[in-house]
Design a protein around this ligand. Sequence first.
Ligand code: FNR
Length: 358
Amino acid sequence: LGETPPALLAEYAEAARAALDPGIWDFICGGAGDERAVARNTAAFEAVRLAPRVLTGVGAADLSVRLFGQSWGMPVAVAPMAHHTMVHPEGEVATVRAAGRFGVPTVVSTFAGRTFEELVAAATSPLWLQLYCFRDRGLTRELVERATAAGFAGLVLTVDVPQLGRRLRDVRNAFRLPDDVRPVNLPVSEAYSSTDVHARSDLDPALDWSVVDWLRSICPLPVLLKGILTPADAARAVEAEADGIIVSNHGGRQLDAAPATLDALPTVAEAVDGRCPVLLDGGVRAGRDIAAAVAHGADAVLVGRPVLYGLAAAGEEGAAGVLGILSEELTDVLLQTGRRSPADLDASLLFGAAAPAV
Ligand code: FNR
């Protein structure tokens, strides 16, 4: 990083691009097919305009929210991403420390590069386990039990990966993880040296809704479902007694034809109708995007790639820099729009066709 710290998330992306091996950069920034869903996610946020309200008497913003019985410093969590050790030797330990500085949870990937126990020791904010349900239920159960015993606060079951998406950059680069990057919470196996092979051989493409009951039967922690995009699936998730829903298209890495998550959010939120929290990820790149997501019906967002870019650029300081920019920008948006807290960010914040008559 240069002398002046980045003031926008895009500057961390540039720094990461300069620092990373091109194949690793492609693995992180890329998506499925010709990356339409990746582009859609950010384009949907770029189209949002916010309607300021003036002379509201708001003196100071309070970013904090309460979700799943815990206090969050702002309505943001770190999205689960595999292999943080691929971009920085401290990996997820540095990420978790950065998240702790802002009181935001980290969702730890099944394919994390640091052990659950190391992460709990480093954490000062909640840790959640992102879970891929493997064909091997015994292995899946072991992961859940270890995370629970270590002190994790919840499970995030990823439901949008029947198989790994067609990530053409990785195919063209014949991308392989560096030898020293390993998912240390899984048993060692040759197959794990290639993300493609591990996904094909181990993920269960025939999962159905009974997996939610099964998870409940083996674990007392709250269970969120990540990767819901339709009101029908959202209603089904509530029926299955999911504790939360994450509207996600996996950062555009799975179904290339998927809608932008911001576009999918309102009907999902309507179907859920307050029965459980609704979170969103995909394309959140500024404080204004967090505000837009909340105004469209989200309780909070998850931020993915930008956190890895911060980590790649400057370790814990970089990841914290990314979260710090989001915090400052969200504070600014609240004050500029005359709102005190995220709870005040309702649909009246949206300028134009989407806004109700108030
Ligand atoms: C991911 N994502 C992901 N999701 C998941 O449930 N388990 C995982 O292990 C991973 N791994 C992963 C690695 C990398 C490099 C990326 C970029 C993404 C998806 C992630 O949780 C999230 O849905 C998106 O990244 C959010 O979009 P943005 O913020 O990256 O646009």
